[in-house]
Design a protein around this ligand. Structure first.
Ligand code: PMP
Ligand code: GLN
Length: 385
């Protein structure tokens, strides 16, 4: 239905409900193990919970400053300096957001107008395209190349025009687990030099990177950082997706535009959680081994399914593992994911939903941010299929 009663038209006429909501609901309905939507099924740090509680008792329960509390912005500035050698001004270039989702939305709202072109790599996290369209932007799709889902920079060059306003990056990459390399960053710097293209870099999995690979944050590259919004999420870093607390880094001019919108979207974010995270971040052991932690989970999951008929597509980051089922059935990804949930009681995500043409490579995404027991029960099912 694209028309409501009266003259109001849908702004996203063909928009389906997010696959994450759909598959999690299906998993619940069929009492299936849920490896679909990405979220941990284990407890978060008791210390972090205690800090939120303490700050609530200390009366930190009213609006925070619009841009976020200075203590948290300070810790983020120190962290990106320490890890990426990047200097961000605590007051002018860092903003706390209601999860990465709000940061993505606000960055796009602040910079994309009618007819502006945005380059998006597919498969693409499901929020990017609707947000661009909502603001009248035109999406130019560049397909990541199999088997390892790398960027073909020659193809990207061909998509550039004088209307290209933004390129959206995501590394480590959801849903594929691929990661950008220094060569990619150099190519990106080359093609954006002397342009006014903005980079929106979704780095929510910055600490979830494996195999001793270095995370190529845009922050490491001043020539890229000067034109970039860099987006992070404490939901991923502290296993607390339900807390919906994230941040954005950007040079002052971009940040000024971001803030003009941020103030009327959320105004400010959850106050006690900001205080708790600010204190928690002062101890880097609270996040620096995250890559190793999730690598162990990935490796355990892969060991458990080694004798299954699924083919593994290497994942170097995120908490997602792609599995190719072409040895098992010709069913579409969507049909197989639904049948697997209903009949085998295991939910996953069909990767085809992340392509505008619903490209079907017979690949499903499984979230391994789970307790050992959950992974064991899931693997037992996968080995039976
Ligand atoms: N970007 C990517 C690539 C993600 O996987 C997620 C996780 N849901 C988000 C953004 C949104 O993060 P948040 O939950 O902090 O809004
Ligand atoms: N990022 C998570 C995933 O990819 C879910 C986010 C959401 O539910 N919107 O599964």
């Amino acid at each position: 239905m694209d028309k409501f009663p009266g003259s109001i038209r849908s702004k996203l006429q063909k928009q389906d409900t997010s696959i994450f909501a759909v598959m999690s609901a299906l998993a619940t309905e069929h009492n299936a193990i849920n490896l679909s939507q990405g979220f941990p099924d284990f407890d978060i740090s008791q210390k972090l919970i205690g800090l939120v509680h303490d700050y609530m008792l200390k009366g930190k329960n009213q609006y925070s400053p619009m841009v976020g509390i200075p203590e948290l912005r300070e810790q983020i500035a120190l962290k990106v300096d320490k890890i990426y050698g990047a200097k961000y001004d605590r007051d002018k270039e860092i903003n706390i957001t209601a999860g990465a989702t709000q940061a993505l939305h606000t960055a796009i709202a602040a910079t994309i107008s009618e007819e502006d072109e945005v380059i998006v790599f597919e498969p693409a996290y499901d929020a990017y395209v609707p947000l661009i369209k909502l603001h009248g932007g035109i999406v130019k799709f560049a397909e990541l190349k199999l088997p390892d889902y790398h960027i073909d920079w020659q193809e990207v060059k061909k998509l550039l025009s004088n209307r290209t306003r933004m390129i959206i990056l995501n590394t480590p990459h959801n849903p594929t687990g691929s990661v950008l390399r220094p060569e990619d960053m150099k190519e990106l710097a080359k093609i954006t030099a002397n342009s006014d293209i903005i980079i929106l870099s979704d780095e929510v999995y910055e600490h979830l990177i494996f195999d001793q690979i270095q995370h190529e944050s845009v922050c490491r590259y001043p020539e890229l950082a000067k034109r970039a919004f860099v987006v992070g999420s404490f939901g991923k870093t502290f296993h607390a997706t339900g807390w919906k607390t994230g941040f954005v880094l950007a040079p002052e001019k971009l940040m000024n535009e971001f803030r003009k919108i941020h103030q009327f979207v959320v105004f400010a974010c959850n106050t006690p959680i900001q205080y708790a995270i600010a204190e928690f971040l002062t101890d880097s052991t609270n996040y620096e081994d995250l890559g190793k932690f999730y690598q162990r989970k990935r490796d355990y999951f892969l060991k458990l399914i080694a004798d299954s008929r699924f083919k593994v597509i290497p994942s170097h980051g995120t908490y997602f593992q792609l599995l190719d089922y072409s040895n098992i059935t010709d069913e579409s990804e969507m049909d197989f994911a639904i049948r697997m949930t209903k009949e085998f009681k295991l939910a996953s995500i069909p990767v085809s939903v992340f392509y505008h043409k619903k490209t079907d490579n017979k690949v499903l995404r499984f979230c391994f941010a789970k307790k050992e027991n959950t992974l064991e029960r899931a693997a037992e099912i996968l080995c039976r299929i």
